[in-house]
Design a protein around this ligand. Sequence first.
Ligand code: MGD
Ligand code: MGD
Ligand code: SF4
Ligand code: MO
Length: 676
Amino acid sequence: MKTVRVACAHDCPDMCSLIAHVEGDRITKISGDPDQPFTAGFACAKVNRDAELVHSPERLKTPLRRTGPKGSGQFEAITWDEALDEIAAKWKAIIAESGPLALLGYAYSAHQGQMNRHIVNGLFYAMGTSRLQAGTVCDSCCETAWDLTLGPVGGADPESVVDSDLVIAWGCDLMAVNVHFWAKLDSVRKRGVQVVVIDPRRSRTAVSADWHLPIRIGTDAALALGIVHILVRDGLCDRAYLAANTLGFDRWERETVPRFTPDYVSEVTGLPVADIEKLAAMYGAAKHSFIRIGEGMTRLARGGQALRAVATLPAVTGAYGRPGGGALLLTAGSMDFNFSAVRKPSGPATTRLVNQSLLGRELLEMNDPPLRALFVAANNPAVTCPEAGKVREGLSRQDLFTVVHDPFMTDTAALADIVLPATTYLETEDFYRGYGNYYMQYSPAAVAPQGAAWSNFRLAQELARRMGVTDPIFSKTEKEILPEFFKGSTGAVAAVDPASLFDGVPVKVAPPAGQSFGTPSGKLEIYSQALADQGVSPMPDWQPDAQEVEDAKSWPLRLLTAPSYFQPHTAFSGVAFLRKREGEPFCVLHPEDAARRGLESGSKVRLFNDRAAIGLVLKVAEEIQPGVVLVPGQRPGSEAVDGTVNMLCSDRLTDIGEGASYQSTFLDVEAWEKRV
Ligand SMILES: Nc1nc2c(c(=O)[nH]1)N[C@H]1C(S)=C(S)[C@@H](COP(=O)(O)OP(=O)(O)OC[C@H]3O[C@@H](n4cnc5c(=O)[nH]c(N)nc54)[C@H](O)[C@@H]3O)O[C@H]1N2
Ligand SMILES: Nc1nc2c(c(=O)[nH]1)N[C@H]1C(S)=C(S)[C@@H](COP(=O)(O)OP(=O)(O)OC[C@H]3O[C@@H](n4cnc5c(=O)[nH]c(N)nc54)[C@H](O)[C@@H]3O)O[C@H]1N2
Ligand code: SF4
Ligand SMILES: [Mo]
């Protein structure tokens, strides 16, 4: 038995350092690395099972070619050479007829290190194809809004929370998505520090925290403005910090803040005035308050305003300037790596963009030329994209040549022409950096690729060779590429010699304490000229959204989506144990809403709106407020009664950052039998 020190690649803020226990070519166990302070010796409940993911009997064993109609699930095994020859020949023919814009590579973040995730996009970048505007299904709204407010800089170091005197998990289910930060709070709470959760869901984190405020979906900007209103009223603003470090506070205070009286904020958020007053008083009294901001509250029509309002709060009390104070959305902005070396090896500076959240629409409607070839690696858009019905319709086009590279037969792969078996991260060598902490790590493969699986890295290099793309990154090894990531880097990253990482030891590259700002003015921009130029409210504000108001008139319930505890998206659906732990795909209704419809826990229900109808199992619980239906996670159609939640979600984009607005979805629920 040997142990191999690796990093966790699942798209997760914690980026744990892990120990893989290996016997022969099998991983027998995964545990948390005790020597990496943030991981502190434990992996989460999902990754404890990654040995089963790697050795799952459900893994794809060979490349496959479709033999029946699209979606029929009929495939035949072929060799890698046959598959690659066919792909290269098809792509060349399409490029000759329609030009490179008819091709699209679809790869975004999930579940590998930085080389494997970027090299696929690098190949398509170099070929001058249409390009994926990636991340819009995930964090483009919150990240753009943060960048417009603080600049492209990381937030507070999560390990600085040991110095905090108040912690707010604002729209972030720490026990689901950030368990190592949650664990850090143990010692903080022993000092008497309160943990407050602001979330429409009574999540596990909310249950375990000191105080939960069940805010109405999409009203966070109003609550943040209400807090500022009270801080101004009660003389609790840090005027010196504001004057030195922010832009536009005077105008905000004059023009926007006065509207947000406690009564008005109560009406908008559904929270009692007394709670709004209490929260503002706590926040005003704290000197080192730490807000962990989740992405969930920004995945709706006005998500950008919500992020900007909440991220401004620590400037109002001056917490940004103190140890343990500030806000954390993402850390990555302050780790300056040259990933462009792999992501943009050559190719035109600009080309046609395809917004990831609009995949379905673009597959069906894009013209001059239409998309004729799609290559999907490490994503499952038939489940995870809004308008998943349109995505499936697009993927079903007879004239679309689709290749999917994945360790498993996903709902997306089932609609492909060629399916290629992929490795998992534990079978690849790669470089990792956190996005919820300030660590980086170089990892060897724990075991060799299983069966006939290829890594993204190997596949992209081989496809580059066949397509005549000759940039050096397509013939270098991982170790040869690593120094490229450090070329031209700044800050803490610049001080590291990349060769020193090859021993696999995690290295921390945090910026100096005290929040820095990277905006054009060098200050936190409450007033954003860039937003004013785009015709978006230039100061954080809350207004009712006209479309949402209209939709709410037609549909009695609003969708709340939140991460699953044991199934992040669909990536662990190949582990039978975790599927069982998560249970059948379900939705949650408040007892009042269930009673009104005569529905009981455990029954099958239909969730429907103008877009689609899907079938899930019902759980009745006071976990949410009346008027809301919660659907945790995004589960494959094959596991559900019928369909998947994203069939109900429109592809409307957010106010800032062109992101997905899953939670601006309105619908109703009825008994499944009703229309059968
Ligand atoms: N277990 C698990 N871990 C994961 C994932 C997973 O699916 N499962 N996904 C991974 C990925 S890809 C990402 S991007 C991150 C995602 O991480 P985030 O998106 O940051 O996830 P959360 O912070 O938990 O955000 C969802 C929370 O926001 C709440 N919420 C929804 N709407 C609102 C609102 O209007 N206001 C407020 N205040 N709260 C709201 C939800 O109830 C939920 O508790 O997590 C990663 N880790
Ligand atoms: N309704 C709703 N929809 C959402 C969200 C939501 O909150 N609500 N959240 C959104 C968010 S934050 C995100 S990030 C997206 C996630 O969307 P996706 O990234 O599409 O989701 P995953 O299910 O994580 O898909 C990852 C796929 O990669 C495969 N894979 C794993 N490792 C490798 C590898 O090394 N190589 C290759 N080639 N494949 C690999 C896995 O088997 C899996 O099929 O979903 C979004 N969709
Ligand atoms: S908490 Fe996140 S980073 Fe850590 S093992 Fe689990 S999925 Fe991986
Ligand atoms: Mo994500």
